[in-house]
Design a binder for this molecule. Sequence first.
Ligand code: GLN
Length: 503
Amino acid sequence: MSLTLDEIQNFKGKYPKQIWSLFFSEMWERFCFYGMRGMLVFFMISQLNFHEKEANLQYGATQAFVYAFTFVGGLFADKILGFRKSLFWGGLLMIVGSLILATDPHKFFFLGIAFTVVGTGFFKPNISSMVGQLYKPNDSRADAGFSLFYAGINLGALLGGYLCIAIGKGELFADYIPEELRWHLAFGFAAIVMVISLINFVFTQKSLGSIGLQPGHPDNEVKSAPIPKWQEYGVYFLSLIFVPIIMTMVAKTEYTDYFMWIIGPLTLIYLFYEMTKVTPAERKKLWAALVFILFSIIFWGIYEQSGGSLSIFAAKNLNKDLLGLDPNGVNNSGGAFFIIFLAPLLGLLWIWLNKRKIEPNTIIKFGLGFIFLGLGYYILFATRLFANLQGITSLNFFTIALLVITLGELCLSPIGLSIMTKLSTKNLQGMMMGMWFLASAYGQYVAGIIGAGLATAKEDSTNYDALITYTDGYKQLGLYAVIAGVVLILISPYVKKLMQDVK
Ligand code: GLN
């Protein structure tokens, strides 16, 4: 007997049991995604002979497209496929992408990447929306659930990000894998874990009741006419058409700018159109969701320096005073490492505070997210106080900054997923989740621009000058983050009104 939605949502204890299955599917998907992402720039430079700048631009373009495509994936899930079929289709495309790369990464590089981009768009937003559906709209345990889920995301990110490139470069299992096969196997590894993710999801489906069923399915909670088969196949077909388009656009990065200028306004216009079809109370909630989405662009714009300017800072201006670890390794994976431990703890803290009726609401959590982010960037600024004359400073101190920034991320990112599911109407869940991730695309985009600004200022200068330029920049960013946090807290009464009963 399959469970009813009520039975699922009226679970006892802190977490619904289905969250663990979704945790694992998402963990393996993130393994595949971050595994591939971690190999991109290195592979382009060392194997495809791209210049550093070109490789970085192309990397930025793939990131923008990946997160922009979540909007499309979410929209089609709402209208035609439902979350489950979308997730499955996305997963299949990601497997195909990884297999193409495994077959001949040199020849089919952009083709494989394009499949992964479209696949992630269908997978990523929809699994998060399903986590939201495990909870009743006002269940105060949802933030804790999303925090746990977020730990899964980062566990996958950490393992994939480390293992795939280590296999490709021959730092791992080099004795067993002949040199000419290393990159093939590294990309193939991403395909294998994605298969595990989907197999796990097949078993998960049984315990999901009506969650994620296709619109019009007879067991769906919201009753509607069945979707004609041609529409479903139409979506599959259309997504395949997107593959060569994305391939071309990623390969020529000047298209990314046009794309980014067009996609945001278009999605906003579409949202406004959808807003005309809902009740005034629902509309207010969608406005509130939009406030969170817009602020998150600022957050990711600052946060995502980690992939750009901070990795240069780590390479040039940090010593190895933290257990002899490599500064770039710490910069790449330190955040994920902290999250795996801190996310479940913070989730339990939210539940504990809620029991005592002192849990901060979502806007305040967002505000705190910005304040921690700002403090983290001020600590980055302060690394200059420990620098020697060569401009080399302490990795230990840098790691403290990373920890504080991570606390900020945990007050914003999982909470953002949670609030999207609470503020969206039933038939716009996927699309709003897609918009949340689209904001990340803009964040990445802004981050690249900020990072490039910091880097050009530094040309032809000594290492010490570079330290001063970078840390000055981080102080500025810290200030912007704190200002954004304070503004959020100040406008919280208005946003609260828009949110109505949602906390
Ligand atoms: N690191 C998180 C993930 O991969 C958040 C990404 C984002 O929203 N920018 O899911």
